[in-house]
Structure formats: C-alpha cells, structure tokens
Design a protein around this ligand. Structure first.
Ligand SMILES: [Zn+2]
Length: 153
C-alpha cells in the first residue's frame, strides 16, 4: 500500500494531541531524560516541541508543497511509505520500512537553511533536536536523509 497511512500508535498520539492532552507519560519521560542529558533548556524545548507538533498535525491534514512533491516522487516509484509516522518518539515526514529509510523534508525557515534563513534562531534550535532524533534512528539501524524545502519546490 502506498500513500498516507498512519499506524495505530501514531493515530493514538494524534488523537491525544487533538484532545489537548499531553503525550503518553512514557514518551514524555523518555524525551525529557534524553534532553536533560543534552542540556537543552526545558522552556526552549517546549516552544520547539509545540511548534513541531502543530506543524506535524498540520501536515497530516494538509500537505505542504515540498511534502506533496516528495510524496508524488515516492508514489511515482511505487515505494511503500508511511507519512507522518511515529518512530522513536518522533513524528517523521516519510518512513520507508522496507529500506529502513527515513526522509525528512526540512522547511527553510523551520530548519534554518543556509541559503534562505541562515540566521533563524528557530532553525538553530531545531537543528540540535534534528541531530538528536537522527542519531537515535541511526543507532537503531535506520538511514535518515534530510532534503531542503528549496530543493523540492
Ligand atoms: Zn532554503
């Protein structure tokens, strides 16, 4: 099956978020332990995570232009993928289970692309988190590829 498919765990998380509830306790505990070790300030983190969750939820119901482009590209190749998939306590843009490949489409503003938003404070903070999530995925045997929004649209 190709196209948008949300796993049960992702659906549960989204439904909890939609009700204005917090993430499951075990997810929060894991994330907070990791971030404590990394020395990321909780207030900064809450801001970033809130933005990411809103962004992810938005993407589920209305794909951004670059995500539509990536989706079309994957579909044209008949690759089985999942969109906005929860894996390792993080919602990823595209997950291809058969290849253990994760594709993240990074918005120029949100991730501070060096061409369009080199001084983005949000971008700098997000990059720290991005690397964190990437290394967790890599340590679990997955490959993570990040593609800039400006390379897709
Ligand atoms: Zn850019």
């Amino acid at each position: 099956m190709t196209g948008r498919h949300l796993s049960d765990s992702t659906k549960r998380l989204i439904s909890a978020l939609n009700k204005g509830k917090k993430m499951p306790a075990w997810v929060r505990a894991k994330i907070s332990a990791t971030n404590k070790a990394k020395g990321i300030r909780p207030s900064r983190l809450a801001l970033i995570k809130g933005a990411k969750v809103r962004q992810s939820l938005g993407a589920i119901y209305s794909n951004t232009k670059p995500e539509l482009a990536m989706k079309a590209w994957l579909e044209s190749r008949g690759v089985e993928f999942r969109q906005q998939e929860l894996l390792f306590d993080h919602i990823w843009d595209f997950v291809i289970p058969s290849l253990k490949l994760i594709i993240e489409v990074d918005g120029c503003y949100w991730h501070g692309c060096p061409i369009h938003c080199p001084n983005s404070v949000v971008g700098k903070s997000r990059t720290v988190l991005d690397h964190e999530y990437d290394s967790i995925a890599k340590n679990n045997g997955w490959v993570v590829r990040r593609i800039w929004e400006h390379d897709l649209v």
